[in-house]
Design a protein around this ligand. Structure first.
Ligand code: PBG
Length: 340
């Protein structure tokens, strides 16, 4: 028996830290924050224990709570006071995100990233204005029919995304994060920001965002579920990996500064492939469903919440993510600081 190689030698307590390849730090995390223009008090989000929608007046306090844990960046999502087919409240100067961003950036040191999308602002819940798409001719018995279906109007959405991003930058956003998966969205936003004098504002693109069932709890939280149909006409097919690299490359060519993969845990192969293929910082979004399922199992006593949360985030980082958007940000950051 040749036991020259005994990997267990380096697994003893005092040496484990020295040979550890991956380490989590509070500065790795971005905490999502929901600001709700329809409420005067905090509303707990049932499917995301520990998270709440906060009124605009409370947005600074909410971000201060995040900062206290050691997390330095937040991602803002807004629930507007009203919705319409075009989502016009998304780029209103007195819109929910614009108001919250102005207050947060004036009163805290948080690095403020804003989600640039329309699904929370349109009354139909899709990520842009709709257009009829002519399908067919479908051949069924008898002959051909031409059926009209509704889909998001890609090019009309681009002009809108540009306006939203500029309005966020005007309000003081440090970084913008388009999440709508429209073709050409990064280029449109880059041009818009540059023309308006915001060439210093980086874009974190939701570059490979999948049409995932793991977004369920978020859609309750942000009130952004599609009123009909689904998002598979614009978000990516979970079956595809090579396509993710093409999607990401397009965003790189259009000037994306940070590349995001979303969701995280079911797509670690994509995180790792994007890490290998590109030099840019890679972000992964540990989404609402990933958070909710661990909480639900922990509530039943089936999993140790803190342990699985840390192991999940460690896996995401090990796969190659530099930045992690996670609803565990505050809890895990606090834990990490306490351990030190
Ligand atoms: C909006 C958006 C979504 C998420 C982030 N931005 C929902 C969606 O695309 O349906 C999901 C985040 C999560 O589940 O935590 N475009």
């Amino acid at each position: 028996m040749d036991l020259t190689h005994r990997p267990r030698r380096l697994r003893r307590d005092r040496v484990r830290g020295l040979v550890s390849e991956t380490r989590l730090a509070p500065s790795d995390f971005i905490a999502p924050v929901f600001v709700d223009a329809t409420t005067e008090e905090r509303v707990p989000i049932e499917s995301m224990p520990g998270h709440e929608r906060v009124p605009i007046a409370d947005s600074v306090t909410r971000v201060e709570e995040v900062l206290e844990t050691g997390v330095e960046a937040v991602m803002l999502f807004g629930i507007p006071e009203s919705k319409d087919p075009d989502g016009t409240r998304a780029w209103a100067e007195d819109g929910v995100i614009q108001e919250a961003t102005r207050r947060i950036t004036a009163e805290t040191d948080a690095y403020v990233i804003t989600d640039v999308c329309l699904c929370e602002y349109t009354d139909h819940g899709h990520c842009g204005p709709l257009e009829e798409e002519l399908r067919g001719p479908d051949v069924d018995e008898g002959g051909s029919t031409c059926e009209a279906t509704l889909t998001v109007d890609n090019d009309a959405t681009l002009a809108t995304l540009e306006k939203i991003a500029v309005s966020h930058a005007e309000a003081g956003a440090d970084m913008v994060a388009p999440s709508g998966m429209m073709d050409g969205m990064v280029a449109a936003i880059r041009t818009g920001l540059d023309d308006a004098g915001y060439e210093h504002v980086p874009i974190m693109s939701y570059a490979a965002k999948y049409e995932s069932a793991f977004y369920g709890p978020f859609r309750d939280a942000a009130d952004g579920a599609p009123a009909f149909g689904n998002r598979r006409h614009y978000q990516m097919d979970p079956a595809n990996a090579r396509e993710a690299l093409r999607e990401v490359r397009l965003d790189v060519d259009q000037g994306a500064d940070v590349l995001m993969v979303k969701p995280a845990l079911p797509y670690l192969d994509i995180v790792s492939a994007v890490r290998r293929e590109f030099d840019h910082p890679v972000a992964a979004y540990n989404v609402s469903g990933e958070y909710a399922m661990l909480h639900a199992a922990a509530e039943k006593g089936w999993l140790d919440l803190e342990a699985v949360a840390i192991e999940s985030l460690l896996s995401i980082k090990r796969a190659g993510a530099d930045l992690i958007l996670t609803y565990f940000a505050e809890d895990v950051a606090q834990r990490l600081s306490a351990d030190r």
